[in-house]
Design a protein around this ligand. Structure first.
Ligand code: NAP
Length: 411
């Protein structure tokens, strides 16, 4: 099960913020599709993608370019479109992906936190009339960020994308979410979830990350109830590319691996470390997004089988980072001070609070029947063996992420 459930032990948001949650998740009445729907069943010709400078978005862009003939508008945070082109190129390069063909990829400067995504009226309307599929990827956040920090981006961004989707041509809205929605205390009495279960109720507490994801899903569901075709893809833990090893260095999994290399110890993952390679996830999201009968559903993007427990420690040993496997309790009891300050989670004491020990938070079981039935065994799930993790560790080393952990600190 995903590490994301462990976010539950992180920062709780204040009562004042939670008081506004009910209002935050109300979708403006004027965001609704026209009454006559003309949903196309073919491949999209023009796509809008957000988050393309990030880990998931860059790989999803690559997938869209390889699997369709679509032109792809990429909303990129930048001062102007020229800068947006540069930022997107750098991101693809960082993840060892091919440079985008100019005639197919159109980076546009914008911001999810702004009205109309920071675009002028005219261009917003033009996009609405051209685009026939939207893939909405919101920022990844670290576990300590509060709901009030995330709200302007995640909620405003989702609302504005839905506004665009409802405005012109009938479009499909694909919303990337996270399994962490189940980590809200409101749902703690449930120990199993299917993709069709409705996340009813209004949370009265929770960490910012899970609240933001839950709130965005609520908005998407309302748009769906008003007639907009929407899919929700809940991602679990996403690891490096199966061939290039290119991985995210800003997420919880990276933090766990980096800390473990530094300590020379890796917590016995059992059921708690269950990542899927990013290329598999993006190929599966794309495939589901093309499945006409699979529209309007929620998908749990979980790996069909867990990575072998010893694959990462074996790879680490081969790459010059000897690792022993310890119990999750022993690992999470390691004093944060031994790790020093870290870029991902500056406060290592709070990282220690991410309870890897199943004794504190028992994650619910999530089923993925919709996903399995719609994918029917494709794409093939890559081998997550020691060779796979070696490629990921070499990528970490190459981009400087683990350069200072060659000599593990004393335990
Ligand atoms: N990676 C995982 O393991 C994982 C697992 C489960 C769910 N997810 C979900 O997948 C999504 C993407 O994750 P990721 O790992 O790809 O994150 P990421 O690498 O941090 O990328 C986030 C993207 O969002 C963009 N962004 C941030 N603020 C923005 C704003 N105000 N306006 C426009 N764009 C903005 C970033 O642009 P900049 O380059 O300008 O920062 C970047 O392109 C997240 O919602 C995350 O919760 C990821």
């Amino acid at each position: 099960m995903s590490l994301f459930f462990d976010h539950q032990s992180m920062l709780d948001t204040g009562a004042d913020v939670l008081a506004s949650l009910g209002d935050d998740v109300q979708l403006d009445q004027n965001i609704k599709p026209p009454s006559s729907l003309d949903v196309s069943s073919g491949q999209p010709a023009v796509v809008l993608l957000t988050g393309a400078t990030g880990f998931i978005g860059a790989h999803l862009l690559d997938e869209l370019l390889r699997r369709t003939f679509a032109r792809v508008y990429c909303l990129v945070r930048a001062g102007n479109d020229r800068e947006a082109v540069g930022r997107l190129g750098e991101a693809l390069n960082r993840f060892h992906l091919s440079p985008p063909p100019e005639n197919r990829v159109i980076p546009i400067a914008g911001d999810l936190s702004l009205p109309r995504l920071g675009l002028g009226h005219g261009f917003f309307n033009r996009l609405a009339s051209e685009v026939d599929a939207i893939y909405g990827i919101m920022p990844q956040t670290n576990a300590g960020q509060s709901y009030s920090t995330l709200r302007p981006v995640i909620l405003n961004g989702t609302k504005e994308l839905l506004r665009l989707a409802c405005k012109g041509r009938i479009q499909l809205y694909h919303h990337i979410s996270c399994m962490s929605v189940f980590g809200l205390p409101l749902f703690s009495d449930r120990d199993t979830w299917t993709e069709d279960d409705v996340l009813d109720g209004l949370p009265d507490k929770g960490n910012g990350f899970a609240l933001g994801k839950w709130a965005a899903e609520r908005l998407v569901r309302q748009a769906q109830d008003r007639g907009l075709p929407c899919n929700i893809y809940r991602l679990g833990s996403v690891s490096g590319h199966s061939r290039s090893g290119a991985a995210n260095t800003r997420d919880l999994e990276a933090a766990l691996i980096r800390a473990s290399l530094k300590l020379g110890r890796f917590p016995n993952p059992e059921n708690r470390f269950n990542p899927a390679p990013v290329d598999y996830i993006c190929a599966a999201v794309f495939q589901l997004s093309q499945h006409f009968r699979a529209r309007g559903k929620t998908y749990h993007m979980l790996p069909p089988k867990p990575a072998p427990t010893d694959a990462l420690p074996t790879a680490a040993g081969e790459e010059g980072f000897p690792l022993s496997i310890v119990s999750p309790e022993e690992w999470s009891d390691t004093p944060g001070a031994a790790l020093g300050r870290e870029p991902i989670y500056p406060d290592w004491q709070s990282f220690g609070r991410i309870r890897l020990a199943s004794s504190t938070v028992k994650p619910p079981r999530a089923f993925s029947r919709n996903t399995r039935e719609a994918l029917s065994g494709k794409p093939a799930f890559p081998q997550m063996d020691a060779a796979y993790y070696s490629r990921m560790l070499r990528y970490y080393r190459q981009c400087g992420f683990v350069e200072d952990v060659d000599t593990p600190c004393a335990s």
